[in-house]
Design a protein around this ligand. Sequence first.
Ligand code: HEC
Length: 199
Amino acid sequence: MKKTTLLFTVIAVFAAWNCSGDAKKKETVLSLAQESFQLSMPGMVKEVTTSLETKGVAETVVYCQSFSPEYMSGKEKELMKLFAKKHNLQAVSIGRTSLRTRNSSNTPDDIQKQILDAWAQSEQAGTKAAPTVEGKGKEYTAMIPIRIAGEACLKCHGPVDILDKEVRAKLAEAYPQDKAVGYSLGELRGAFYFKVLYR
Ligand code: HEC
């Protein structure tokens, strides 16, 4: 009897210790995600805005890709390396996802979809989506909401009938499975994700 109690106590203490480790990691991952979002977001918005002004919408269509890993700037890559070294991470990946993707390679994985679904539900109930982190053990995903923040976004993600003809043609050609139109100002568009695997 005593032995069983001891065993339960040991398990409980271990579980609590383990949980607090997970909680601490979650906190770290969320703050790293925010740091990396702040580094990449303004650059991306600036790039899109400048290109809209100088080249026009149709020629800008490709620029909204800058969040994809292959478009990561040197600065972002450096930051990821630094995070990995400092926090003992085996892998870090960042990108964007949505319940209605333009590029199907941005399709959410299971955890990302869970978070996006929960956000959609809470938005419907009137509560704005907030940065969220999920995971346990070695694997964690943090997500930061991305909204249709300005009129510029609507030029490529607004209702189909307001899109420039040339833009529509370019999108149809490059993204035959485009689901990322029909948004309105302020609407939740998707998320920036930050996924890590601890060593
Ligand atoms: C000039 C056209 C254009 C503008 C302006 C634009 N986007 Fe995009 N957006 C795209 C394209 C093209 C993609 C697909 C990129 C890819 O291939 O990964 C995309 C993809 C995205 C994605 C990734 C998920 C997906 O659907 O594949 C998000 C999130 C997003 N855009 C948000 C925004 C927001 C927010 C704004 C305004 C700040 C904005 N976009 C402005 C063209 C645009």
